[in-house]
Design a protein around this ligand. Sequence first.
Ligand SMILES: Nc1nc2c(ncn2[C@@H]2O[C@H](COP(=O)(O)OP(=O)(O)O)[C@@H](O)[C@H]2O)c(=O)[nH]1
Ligand SMILES: [Mg+2]
Ligand SMILES: [Zn+2]
Length: 315
Amino acid sequence: MRKGRIIKLVGGLYTIKDLITGKTYNSKASGKLRYVRVDEHSSFNVPVTSRTKKEVQTIQISPKVGDFVLYDYADDNKPIQEVLPRINELDRPDVANVDQILLIFSTVLPSFNYNLLDQFLVLTERAGIKPAIVISKIDLIAKEQLKKLQEELIYYEKIGYSVYYINSHQKIGFDVLKGIFKDKVTVLAGQTGVGKSTLINALMPELELRTQEISIALGRGKHTTRHNELFEYEGGLIADTPGFSKLDFNILDKSELKHYFIEFDLYKDECRFKNNCDHVHEPGCNVKDNPEILKTRIENYHKFYEEIKAQKERY
Ligand SMILES: Nc1nc2c(ncn2[C@@H]2O[C@H](COP(=O)(O)OP(=O)(O)O)[C@@H](O)[C@H]2O)c(=O)[nH]1
Ligand SMILES: [Mg+2]
Ligand SMILES: [Zn+2]
């Protein structure tokens, strides 16, 4: 048995890269991964909703891009026999063992949106993966407009998120951005058309990934096959994958949400209710109308909270 990492998946066929030799092989998942006994501590025992319990059970393990695996080198088909424990995993995109997620937003086409930014931040915080914010297409708005956006986004930097500004056509902002990929597994997330593929192409011109015409991308829904691939860059890997469209409120419990608005924690001790407060209607709550918290953050928090509540009430 040898150790490898899955770097590509196209229609059930995996490409694994041997960790020692660096050679790549085509491989399939062994049938025995269909019935794997996992205990409650297994990293594969992922609760589907916040209410389902982790318990000993038999599950099917579907290897994902990013997984470390043991494969049978002696067998010509190089079947994956075992998937090693995951540090973390994402569903859409389907990637495991991710170090960071770049949340890509374009200034325009599609235009920047605080609601979506806060949704994506909730998703990454919940997955326990470090996010960074990238604003693309800075060449498409006036200087003053860009300056205004930069000033607004300082808030996100203050609470701990890095914000980068790029123009992938002229490679502006690349000297600063490039450093973050070193030795890391990075997922690029963002709506269709924000410039994910263009960014990867600009970093790795030899790839020539297909980019979408804006008009088409924003119009009809596009067909995307189950195709996942990690590209090697600066000793790390980058995923340009579809997915990450919006927050599925079904996976969250409403009392859990506050933890994913990371700055709320700073004020909770001043709140009369400490940990028992959801910062929604409680009188005397120091978070829900704290002037130091960005207004749109509180508004979005309340929107998401109500959304989760409405979802739960339907059951
Ligand atoms: N002006 C400008 N256009 C960009 C930039 N980045 C991407 N685009 C354009 O935006 C469109 C969508 O880009 P694409 O990379 O396909 O987006 P994806 O869906 O996120 O992969 C393409 O027409 C790109 O040429 C940028 O920095 N500046
Ligand atoms: Mg793309
Ligand atoms: Zn409160």
